[in-house]
Design a protein around this ligand. Structure first.
Ligand SMILES: Nc1nc2c(ncn2[C@@H]2O[C@H](COP(=O)(O)OP(=O)(O)OP(=O)(O)O)[C@@H](O)[C@H]2O)c(=O)[nH]1
Ligand SMILES: [Mg+2]
Length: 136
């Protein structure tokens, strides 16, 4: 599927290809091998791809997702992070420890279930929102 998708995208002159994998834990050996295979196959379909490997972390998991992110980073090299479900969680502060420990950019955050709720991560706006919730 990865190979065909990239071939088809090139034939149609698409600007971007997003390959969304099924969810997995780093402890699942078969699924981890599958991830590495997908990356190899992408490189065969078009040299130099994938250009970016993004990891989506569930914000309700708090800082426990840090180990998961570290393991995936060692396995395949992660370029950036998306943190989902930051709405309705008291663990929004985990964003700080994730950014601090992983030294990886947080690119987008999920703040709800609609497509437009996936928003670019703006550190200043985020801190402002958290402080507002605490003090106002
Ligand atoms: N409230 C809220 N719900 C979210 C957010 N992101 C995802 N969800 C919901 O969580 C559920 C699972 O989302 P998916 O996008 O299917 O999660 P996934 O990680 O791709 O799951 P798999 O592909 O099955 O591993 C859906 O009901 C989403 O609507 C978010 O930022 N906020
Ligand atoms: Mg999914």
């Amino acid at each position: 599927m990865v190979y065909d998708t990239i071939q088809s995208a090139m034939a149609k002159n698409a600007d971007h290809v997003i390959i969304d994998t099924a969810g997995r834990l780093h402890t699942q050996v078969n699924l981890s091998e599958e991830l590495k295979k997908m990356i190899r196959i992408a490189g065969k379909a078009k040299a130099g791809t994938p250009h970016r490997k993004l990891l989506v972390l569930d914000g309700t998991q708090g800082s426990s997702s840090i180990n998961q992110a570290k393991a995936f980073n060692e396995m395949i090299g992660i370029d950036g992070i998306i943190i989902s479900k930051l709405d309705g969680t008291a663990k929004g502060g985990s964003v700080f420890s994730i950014a601090d420990e992983l030294k990886m950019p947080i690119l987008y955050i999920g703040t709800g279930e609609k497509p437009e709720d996936l928003i670019p991560f703006q550190p200043n706006d985020y801190i402002y929102t958290i402080l507002n919730e605490i003090f106002i």
